[in-house]
Every structure is written in structure tokens, then in C-alpha cells.
Design a protein around this ligand. Structure first.
Ligand code: ATP
Length: 206
């Protein structure tokens, strides 16, 4: 069985924390691929993402170029609303074949809302939801949650980086080069993403 990791998120923008935990998870799971899956901008979510779907996808592609472990799928961006994880997993299972085992990677901060996800019981059965530690957040608390989630948790390095911090730093004209891939940093600069002006403009559009 080929092991495939699916890593969904807003990636607004993708940062070195995402890349490092994805690599570490792939080593622990012995996965041959990690597929980054940017989420669509939801009309119900205010304020984020700040970058457009096209910009977030472009930055993801730049960040993974040259590493065969990583791939990017626009499946959720290309689908109409609402876009559910269970549909993404089923679609990729169908596309990639029966001989693949799927893992859905999730940071510890996401655990509190996980049981509210659409068809969560089915999702837990159809793939291994793998909860990672996250620097800057409490250790995941599995009390009252299905045993499978506790069993599938993985110990990734604690890296205290968030996209929120990156957006805030750019708005404050601070350096973010240590936090993202060089190509991503160059893209952000070239397209003037996350500057105070850009964020205010995007806020008006929401
Ligand atoms: P924001 O600050 O905008 O909320 P974020 O940094 O949390 O963004 P997302 O794109 O929302 O990034 O995260 C995608 C997935 O990656 C989520 O499951 C999240 O928990 C996980 N994640 C993000 N950053 C880290 C990190 N530093 N360590 C471990 N997991 C992370």
C-alpha cells in the first residue's frame, strides 16, 4: 500500500512550519507523497484568506517546487461551495486508486472543532486523521474523542510559526524571510501581498 498524506489548509501564506511538519509527518508515516490542498475562500468566513485563491496556489507551488515528496492539488479551489473534506478524500481516493492509504494531517489547534466537521464519523473511518503538536498551542486534548484520533496522533517538531504572524509582520514592515521559502518571500514582495494597504483593501471587499 502506498501511503499518501493530504494536508489541507488556508495557506495564507504557506510557511516553513507547514513544510517542516509535513516532512516530519511523512517520515513517521513512511508516506511517499504529501499533497497540499488549499481551501477555498468561504463566503461565511470573514477576514481570511487575504490572498486570492490564485496567489495562495501560486505560493504553494513555488514552495514545493524541486521536492518530489510534495505536490499541490487545486481540487477544493475548483469545486463549488460548500467544499467538504470528506468529498476531497473520496475524490482523491477514486483518482489515485485502491492501493493507496490516506492520511489527513491536522495541527493540534484544529482538534477542538473537528467533531463539528461534515460527516466526521465517515471521514475518521475513510482516512487516518493524524493530529500533530503545534508550537505555541497546548498539547492536543483527546478527552471524549474517538480512540482512533489519539492512536493516530504524530509527534512533529514544535515550530511556532503561523500565517497570522507573517501577515502581521508584513503589515508592520518587518522581515519575514526566515519564516517562508525564499521564492514565497519574493512572490509576496513582488505582488505586495499582506501590506497594510493590501489587507485594508481586502477587508473592504469582504
Ligand atoms: P492562520 O494563522 O492564518 O490561522 P495557520 O498558520 O494556522 O494560519 P493554516 O493554513 O490555517 O495555517 O494551517 C493549515 C494546517 O496546518 C492546519 O491543520 C494547522 O493546524 C497546521 N499548521 C499550521 N502551522 C503549523 C505549525 N507551525 N505546526 C503544526 N501545524 C501547523
Amino acid at each position: 500500500m502506498k501511503k499518501i498524506i493530504l494536508f489541507g489548509g488556508t495557506f495564507d501564506p504557506i510557511h516553513n512550519g507547514h513544510l517542516a511538519v509535513a516532512k516530519s509527518a511523512s517520515q513517521q508515516i513512511n508516506a511517499s507523497k504529501v499533497i497540499f490542498i488549499p481551501a477555498r475562500r468561504s463566503p461565511h468566513k470573514h477576514q481570511k484568506p487575504f490572498a486570492t485563491d490564485d496567489d495562495r496556489l501560486a505560493m504553494l507551488k513555488l514552495a514545493v517546487t524541486g521536492d518530489n515528496l510534495f505536490d499541490v492539488s487545486a481540487v477544493e479551489l475548483n469545486r463549488g461551495e460548500p467544499s467538504y473534506t470528506i468529498d476531497t478524500v473520496r475524490l482523491l481516493k477514486k483518482k489515485m486508486g485502491e492501493d493507496c492509504e490516506f492520511y489527513w494531517l491536522l495541527g493540534a489547534d484544529m482538534l477542538k472543532d473537528l467533531m463539528k466537521w461534515h460527516k466526521i464519523s465517515e471521514l475518521i473511518n475513510e482516512c487516518s486523521i493524524s493530529i500533530m503538536n503545534r508550537g505555541g498551542f497546548d498539547r492536543p486534548n483527546f478527552d471524549g474523542l474517538p480512540d482512533k484520533l489519539r492512536q493516530n496522533q504524530i509527534q512533529t517538531p514544535l515550530i511556532d510559526i503561523s500565517s497570522t504572524e507573517i501577515r502581521r509582520k508584513i503589515a508592520n514592515e518587518q522581515d519575514i524571510r526566515e519564516l517562508v521559502a525564499p521564492e514565497v518571500s519574493a512572490y509576496i514582495q513582488k505582488h505586495k501581498l499582506y501590506t497594510l494597504d493590501h489587507q485594508l483593501k481586502r477587508n473592504e471587499e469582504f
